[in-house]
Design a binder for this molecule. Structure first.
Ligand SMILES: [Zn+2]
Length: 140
């Protein structure tokens, strides 16, 4: 039995040789597919275009995994990452901010609009902007 599974694994490895496989865009497609599927199931009357959309996403997902044009697929992924990275950074920034909200207060400098952070609970304090050295008062 073990031999049988080894043979299957080997055959699959041979099949996948020279094929592209899964990348970040692949994962994103899969996550998108799952989210749309969950949404689709929430609709009582499931619209037909939603099923078409799901099918297209799934076909794209498998097409990219089994594709032998590694160059094109990695270019697609790089293109995707150009949009995904700024989004990831934005979400990460918001998350740290929520985590630190109980210890810090966030202000925007009235002059240069840059964002700055001060410890909470110090009463009225004078804040010096680190980028333009403008001074202003706020309650912390
Ligand atoms: Zn400033």
């Amino acid at each position: 039995m073990k031999n049988f599974f080894n043979k299957i694994a080997f055959a699959f490895q041979r099949f996948m040789y020279g094929r592209y496989g899964l990348d970040q865009l692949g994962y994103a497609l899969l996550i998108f597919y799952s989210l749309v599927l969950i949404m689709a199931n929430l609709f009582l009357k499931r619209p037909i275009w939603l099923d078409y959309l799901l099918m297209i996403v799934l076909i794209l997902f498998y097409f990219r995994i089994f594709s032998k044009n590694v160059y094109r697929r990695s270019k697609e992924n790089a293109y995707f990452m150009r949009f995904y990275n700024p989004l990831k950074n934005f979400i990460r920034k918001k998350r740290t901010r929520i985590k630190k909200m109980k210890d810090y207060r966030y202000f925007r400098c009235p002059k240069c609009k840059s964002e700055l952070r001060v410890p909470k609970g110090r009463g009225k304090i004078e804040i010096t902007c680190p980028s333009c050295h403008h001074k202003f008062e706020r309650k912390s």
